[in-house]
Ligand binder design. Sequence first.
Ligand code: DGY
Length: 314
Amino acid sequence: MKKVVSTRQLPYSNQPFQLETLEFGRAPTHSEILNTAKEAWALVTTLEDKINQELLKELPNLKAIAQFAVGTNNIDLDYCRAHNIIVTNTPDVLTEATAELTFALMLNCARQIHRAAPDVSTGKWIGWEPMGHLGIALKNKKLGIVGAGRIGQRIAEMARGAFDMQILYHNRKAHLDFEKKNQATLLSLHELLKESDVIVLMTPLTPETRSLINQKELLLMKKDAILINTSRGEIMNQEDLIDVLKKDHLFAVGLDVTTPEPLPQNSPLNSIERVLITPHIGSATREARAQMAQLCFDNLERIAKDLKPLTPVS
Ligand code: DGY
């Protein structure tokens, strides 16, 4: 039976491999992976695992890596390609969950729920006020999506359907069907940042998108813009974000991703009230996580039978 090592406990048990699970409850270190995976045929990995050349060189039997995520920026894909290690990921099954979380952050930022709710539990709220707890409406506002892949496109549909938002997007290539269906307009990054009321960063982390958003880009955004990042922290220069927030720029920021993760408790971002940070829970619904695990094993089963996996990383 082929040996598969999963670096984390997964919500799935029905699979035909000799499965060994690393149960540290955190990302295992290089040597913790090696101790168990030396002879492994495949790994199931998460976005926190550093699957770099140093590690891969020490796994001579490795034929496949099933990444339990859509992003694969933690894996040395060039090395895998050169050494015929097949890498798969979990697109589609987490689209809905991640789009919903993006919307949850967007609504929270617009209405500042995370600041209003504690006023009740702490007794600070002494009564209804015409000018109290004022947020910003989403209806008819311009939503700028940076990276209109599957999740970005689903966010656009939700925004149109629920809030009649006008969709602007920035992408490497135009998506004509998407434009037609959502009356979306393709803009340069800088035009999009200037025009949008709400900006959502949804682009994968690649050498081109690392630090895509710096001080210059942040200052192009409207003073009252809402900024959401549910992709990868490294897309934005976090120090620059802190600087512009301290200068009272931006209405609110919702981050599901930071640099590093977990964000140190003493990070200045934690004490800026109009910032809401969640612990990278974009795909964290029971439904999505179960499907992600199933997809990892479906892919491995196909690879074991010399079939093309369902979702190879190209
Ligand atoms: C991904 O899939 O890349 C997410 O960030 C984790 O669910």
